[in-house]
Design a protein around this ligand. Structure first.
Ligand SMILES: Cc1cc2nc3c(=O)[nH]c(=O)nc-3n(C[C@H](O)[C@H](O)[C@H](O)COP(=O)(O)O)c2cc1C
Length: 661
């Protein structure tokens, strides 16, 4: 009996035949180079096929010669990239995994604020992010475009692809035609419900006639786009009913939100419940005429995935971000080794990287798109050494377990009595709980690989050198710096704590607090806003002061949308363009002064303040560096100790150090 019988069950559709129910949905990786399959792109997909997925939908391709060409997306508009595509298809199919490509055009939907030279759309209405107004395609141009897309699908088929998914969601071109919010035409491609659907119907028909009878066509449809006058759940159901012809369609997936303030709905982060969309996917499935429906959205645990299928809420599960983090998600789940999955922590760093735009990254998969992410850390044959790692935050833990996996003798010093460093405090805050998956996984690996973990010991030079190490890794992290530019003389203002220390103290004694909490925010990262969320639940009122023109400046668009939504929902007062202007005598009375940074510099006061903390830049903890240098001992710096950055850099540098030792 397989560990998860429903996940393991093959799917036997007329064309869609899958060895199990686990699919990798379309994920833009930007690993393509010069519009051709690169080694990293091939490796990314080969690893997920080898890792047990039954179907991979490859990210959107450049299917039209006149589309805005993305150098990091595959050329399918002529034959130039065919050999690479064939190699990719061969490799993926050799693992009995189906391979599809996503057919799409962005239309006016632009993920960056920079306005492109020209975009195309159904109607001359502005894009939400860039404000660019598209050129409205004529009816003849739509027909021409459909023919070109069908020719590209045929080209994919000739390269060995099993099918295509039409991206009719996420606010892209086909979605723009489907939605009454963006389609105001009055020709055969707009005006009423039937006309809005025509482009997609004609496209399906054109691909069916261009490609062989076994060719798979899936649809990614909009569910609730969350825009007034747009597609809601009832409309999504009507669209499903109208398009669900089992003779032409092989599966349907759904995307939530759209190119607007609801964009973040499609990648629910840690502030959402797990699988937030599944119940409504089940509702839409009832309109799908028996066509297999793929559930998507924060499905990270095989037990939960199995429950979705057991309850008949969907026929397939799409494991997107969780399969970015662990390519062997399917294999581990199906073999009953779900505990060994390196977990997705729903941070959306992956989304932020491709929206930048740059190649995909993952906070909890430092080996992304390398052979090591599926085959494991390569053991070192010779030259095994004694290694001391100082600091059991994410960087130090990663270096320690990877070095031990290679065969080195590793001792890890942790000043704290618990593993995880800064990430552990972050995980204690609302919405970031899943971050524990990073250091819990590392801790389990460290233990099983035989790392000696010295907890609660602030390592000294004699402690370190007493072990006669061949190499020392300093991963001692960073602490928040005193922002003298903001707060002035440290001695005079010494009573003002930094936010991490202040929130840690409160978390130790949670309760209700009267008065106003004030946070001076020059940090602009999610940690600060998660702390503010917590304060908003425990204080009468919260004020966020920043000298910038916005909040969450260092977060990408989908994270920022969620942050602002929560600040608004919790009534957090945002005071922008403000610098603190503090006076000791006022502080004693619970009064915080601040001054506007532009214009006449008006001074305002916040009263009844019972909590005040600052969030600023961080500085490395380097107490051990100078004595190690003086002792002339071999050492290396990683993570925040090298330069204070993000979780991504911590796992990545820790991993690289572990491999390099
Ligand atoms: C980095 C990233 C890139 C994505 N790129 C695409 C894309 O190109 N086309 C698409 O239809 N969906 C895209 N998505 C959405 C996913 O296909 C999926 O719908 C979403 O991530 C929810 O599934 P998950 O919670 O399993 O990740 C992307 C998501 C992420 C995180």
């Amino acid at each position: 009996m397989p560990a998860f019988p429903h996940l393991a069950q093959p799917l036997e559709g007329p064309r869609l035949r899958l060895k199990n129910r686990i699919a990798h949905p379309a994920i833009l990786t930007l690993l393509v180079k010069n519009q051709e399959v690169s080694e990293a792109f091939l490796r990314y997909h080969a690893n997920r096929a080898k890792g047990g997925a039954a179907m991979i939908v490859v990210e959107p391709v450049n299917a039209l010669s006149w589309q805005t060409q993305h150098q990091a997306q595959l050329n399918v508009y002529d034959n130039a990239a065919l050999p690479g595509l064939a190699r990719l298809a061969n490799e993926v199919r050799s693992h009995n995994c189906r391979i599809l490509a996503q057919i799409q055009d962005h239309g006016r939907g632009n993920y960056s604020r920079a306005r492109p030279d020209i975009t195309y759309g159904p109607s001359a209405l502005p894009d939400d992010e860039s404000g660019s107004v598209p050129y409205p395609l004529s009816g003849d141009q739509v027909a021409e475009m459909i023919a070109a897309f069908a020719a590209s699908a045929r080209r994919l088929e000739s390269a060995g692809f099993d099918g295509v998914e039409l991206s009719c969601a996420h606010g892209h071109l086909f979605h723009q035609f489907l939605s009454p919010h963006s389609n105001r035409r009055d020709d055969r491609y707009g005006g009423d419900f039937a006309s809005r659907l025509r482009l997609v119907q004609e496209l399906i028909a054109a691909i069916r006639s261009a490609c062989g009878s076994a060719f798979i066509i899936g649809l990614k449809l909009p569910a609730d786009e969350g825009i007034t006058g747009g597609i809601d759940l009832a409309e999504a159901k009507r669209i499903t009913e109208a398009l669900a012809d089992p003779h032409v369609i092989d599966f349907i997936a759904y995307a939530w939100g759209s190119q607007s303030n609801t964009l973040h709905w499609h990648v629910p982060d840690g502030h959402w419940p797990r699988m937030p969309h599944v119940a409504r996917v089940a509702e839409l499935r009832s309109a799908a005429a028996g066509i297999p429906v793929m559930a998507l959205g924060r499905i990270v645990d095989p037990n939960e995935a199995e429950a979705v299928l057991t309850a008949g809420q969907a026929d397939l599960v799409g494991i997107g971000r969780a399969m970015i983090t662990d390519p062997a998600w399917a294999r581990k789940a199906l073999r009953g080794r779900g505990y060994a999955i390196r977990p997705c922590v729903s941070c959306n760093t992956c989304w932020g990287s491709v929206a930048t735009p740059s190649a995909i990254t993952c906070d909890n998969n430092p080996a992304l798109a390398t052979p090591g992410e599926i085959d494991g850390v390569p053991a070192r044959e010779q030259g095994l050494r004694r290694i001391v790692v100082v600091g059991a935050g994410v960087a130090g833990l990663e270096a320690a377990w990877v070095a031990a996996a290679r065969g080195h003798d590793v001792t890890l010093f942790s000043a704290s009595s618990k593993l995880g460093g800064r990430a552990r405090l972050a995980a204690a805050l609302p919405g970031a709980e899943a971050l524990a998956g990073v250091y819990d996984y590392q801790g389990a690996e460290a233990q099983s690989r035989g790392v000696r973990i010295e907890l609660g010991i602030k390592a000294t030079i004699p402690d370190i050198l007493g072990l006669a190490p061949d190499d020392v890794v300093l991963a001692s992290g960073a602490r928040m710096a005193w922002p003298a530019d903001l707060l002035g003389d440290r001695k005079a203002m010494s009573a003002i704590p930094d936010l991490p220390s202040a929130i840690a103290a409160l978390l130790a004694h949670p309760g209700r607090y009267a008065g106003t909490a004030v946070v001076i925010d020059e940090d602009h990262s999610s940690f600060t806003y998660n702390a503010v969320d917590w304060l908003a639940e425990h204080f009468d009122h919260v004020v966020l002061l920043t000298s910038r023109d916005t909040v969450a400046r260092h977060e990408h668009r989908v994270a920022r949308q969620g942050i602002i939504e929560r600040l608004l929902a919790r009534g957090v007062e945002r005071r922008l363009f403000q610098l603190p202007d503090l006076r000791s005598e006022e502080l004693e009375e619970g009064i915080v002064g601040h001054r506007q940074t532009i214009g006449p510099g008006t001074r305002r006061l916040i009263e009844k303040v019972t909590f005040l903390a600052y969030a600023a830049h961080r500085e490395p903890r380097l107490e051990l560096l100078a004595p190690l240098r003086t002792a002339g001992h071999r050492h290396r710096l990683i993570g925040d100790a090298r330069a204070p950055r993000t979780l991504l850099h911590a796992t990545r540098e820790g991993h690289a150090a572990g491999l390099d030792l």
